[in-house]
Ligand binder design. Structure first.
Ligand code: NDP
Length: 338
């Protein structure tokens, strides 16, 4: 059983030196347990937070511990009444390793006939749920409003952009390359897509939002946030979902302090800013999401972008790339054969 463990806590960008690949014997199971084999591992920005012992909403991974994460597994052996050998499951208890033992908690059965099983790590799972609740409950989209979302080809942003179109919004997508922008327009249906690395990005954003911004779905912070704030309309809504541009930061940014300016902008625009942690705040509404998203996906109204990288040994490098925008769509590691 190969296990990717946390070897050291990174300061700044995580790299290979912060991980160690260990091999342990595969555990045996007792009555009430199942043995799971990992096929897909989800990589997500929050994993950078689990590598750090800074104060957070969740506990850090211990040094020497197996990295946490959502996985799609096959049941190899079962002594649990609800599962049989061969079943597909989504697990939050196995993490970055080939095999895990479960007692049935944090486990959800999947039907491979309904959708490719890996989609339960993206549009039909946690990131899709995040996009759905953040936009619908906090963003409160109305037809004709302008919605801005960055990381727009990632699983959260791409879903936000497409729900925004379903709700009749004008969608301004922001992404980190011209190719990502093309896909945001042509495959996700964004009205405009802008590259946040362009030297005149701020001017491009202002030109793309002639009626101001009603909803800013916050995934990234940084330069994009600073460009958005002056364009907010009165009563704008900001679902505060993530600030990935600073996840690798080890110190406060240098240069002028924008905090007071941002704070008073929120006041004068009478904007609503609401942070949320998806399962903590909305876990009780998962059924509502699953029903609606399942319908939209099966009707072809929501398009899903996924990037699969082979090999558990490549997960550390892929996680580093995710935080730098090297992924294109939902990043998934193929750990083992179907
Ligand atoms: P993505 O697959 O979209 O990956 C992150 C993306 O962020 C990168 O691909 C990159 O896209 C973009 N990015 C990285 N650095 C910068 C930067 N400096 N400026 C602008 N964009 C940058 O991830 P997810 O869809 O999984 O997650 C999106 C956000 O949602 C994250 O902030 C994540 O932490 C948050 N999240 C929050 C949850 C909650 O409960 N609150 C739950 C799930 C996710 P590009 O190349 O386009 O710039």
């Amino acid at each position: 059983n190969r296990q990717m463990t946390l070897a050291a806590r990174p300061v700044g960008t995580p790299g290979a030196e912060h991980f160690a690949l260990k091999t342990t014997p595969v555990s045996s199971i007792v009555e009430g347990q199942l043995l799971l084999r990992t096929v897909y591992l989800s990589l997500d920005p929050y994993m950078r937070g689990r590598m750090s012992d800074a104060d957070s909403y969740a506990d850090p991974v211990a040094i020497g511990g197996v990295m946490v994460g959502g996985t799609i597994n096959r049941v190899v052996a079962s002594r649990h009444p609800d599962y049989r050998e061969g079943d597909w499951v989504l697990s939050y208890g196995v993490g970055w390793q080939d095999y895990g033992v479960s007692d049935g908690s944090f486990l959800f059965k999947l039907d491979p006939a309904q959708a490719p099983v890996s989609h339960a790590l993206g549009v039909l799972g946690m990131p899709g749920f995040t996009a759905f609740m953040g936009l619908m409950d906090i963003g409160q989209p109305k037809a004709g409003e302008t919605l801005v979302v960055a990381a727009a080809t990632g699983p959260v942003g791409a879903t936000v952009a497409q729900i925004g179109k379903i709700m009749g919004c004008r969608v301004v997508a922001i992404a980190g390359s011209d190719e990502k922008c093309r896909v945001a327009r042509e495959e996700l249906g964004a009205d405009v897509a802008l590259n946040h690395k362009a030297s005149d990005f701020e001017q491009q954003l202002a030109a793309a939002c002639p009626n101001g911004i009603d909803i800013y779905f916050e995934n990234v912070g940084g330069r994009v946030l600073k460009a958005v704030l002056p364009l907010l309309n009165a009563k704008a809504r900001i679902p505060l979902c993530g600030t990935v541009s600073n996840y690798n930061a080890s110190a406060l940014p240098q240069g002028p302090d924008h905090l007071d300016w941002a704070w008073s902008t929120i006041l004068t625009k009478r904007a609503t800013v609401k942070g949320f942690i998806i399962f903590d705040d909305y876990g009780h509404r998962y059924g509502e999401f699953a029903k609606q998203m399942g319908q939209w996906v099966s009707e072809g109204k929501i398009h899903y972008l996924e990037q699969i990288v082979d090999g558990l040994e490549n997960a550390p490098e892929a996680l580093k790339g995710l935080l730098e925008g090297k992924n294109f769509g939902k990043l998934v590691i193929r750990v083992g054969e179907d």
